[in-house]
Design a binder for this molecule. Structure first.
Ligand code: GAR
Length: 202
């Protein structure tokens, strides 16, 4: 049986697209992209899910709503869809220790830097690339890692380095890190983990 994967998104969903494209090329043989969940109703990623024929759900955290209530709803959506594995692909919310405890080595995340640089709370999206440029590093990259109770702190699955150019802006750097690292690494790591889970489920 294939590992049923839920992809959690918040925005543009280019990493989701990379997963969809890899799956359609037959590069995700042990996984099925079974569900997309967005915590942002306007996320373009939802359109990508629709175009690919993947069921999608919106799970919003209400203003002032306790994280536990939001996560309980998310957990119900995942359980209701018989999800085995979760991929955070540009999901801009930190999951609690309580939540991730239910998914040991079953949640992976893509982070747009070489962990342990430029990671942890507050480092997401363009902020990560701005921080790398401000620091003046010459090389950055992307990391795919398991998600545990420490933000960006779980075991590393794969990393790829990307060179920084003299005239990079956070936007140009973000694009290069996506093209040269994230969109390649994430589908590969997803297949690796999906295969492991599929074997354990037998
Ligand atoms: C990606 O660069 C992803 O690595 C990053 O947000 C972007 C989402 O783009 N994630 C984080 O910063 C999480 N800490 P996408 O919606 O086009 O995939």
């Amino acid at each position: 049986m294939k590992t049923r994967i839920a992809v959690l998104v918040s925005g543009g969903g280019t990493n989701l697209q990379a997963l969809i494209d890899a799956a359609s090329r037959g590069e995700l043989p042990h996984g099925e992209l079974a569900l997309v969940v967005s915590n942002n109703a306007g996320a373009y990623a939802l359109k990508r899910a629709e175009a690919a024929g993947i069921p999608a759900a919106v799970c919003l955290r209400g203003k002032g709503e306790p994280r536990e209530a939001f996560e309980a709803r998310l957990q119900r959506i995942l359980a209701g869809n018989h999800i085995d594995m979760v991929i955070l692909a540009g999901f801009m919310a930190i999951l609690s220790a309580e939540f991730v405890k239910h998914w040991p080595e079953r949640i992976i995340n893509v982070h747009p830097a070489l962990i342990p640089s430029f990671c942890g709370e507050g480092f997401y999206g363009l902020r990560v690339h701005r921080a790398a440029l401000d620091y003046g590093v010459k090389v950055t990259g992307a990391t795919v890692h398991y998600v545990n109770e420490i933000p960006d702190g779980g075991r590393i699955i794969a990393q790829k380095a990307v060179e920084i150019a003299e005239d990079d802006t956070p936007e140009t750097l973000q694009r290069r890190v996506m093209e040269q690292a994230e969109w390649i690494l994430l589908p590969r790591a997803a297949e690796m983990v999906a295969e492991k889970i599929a074997q354990n489920n037998h």
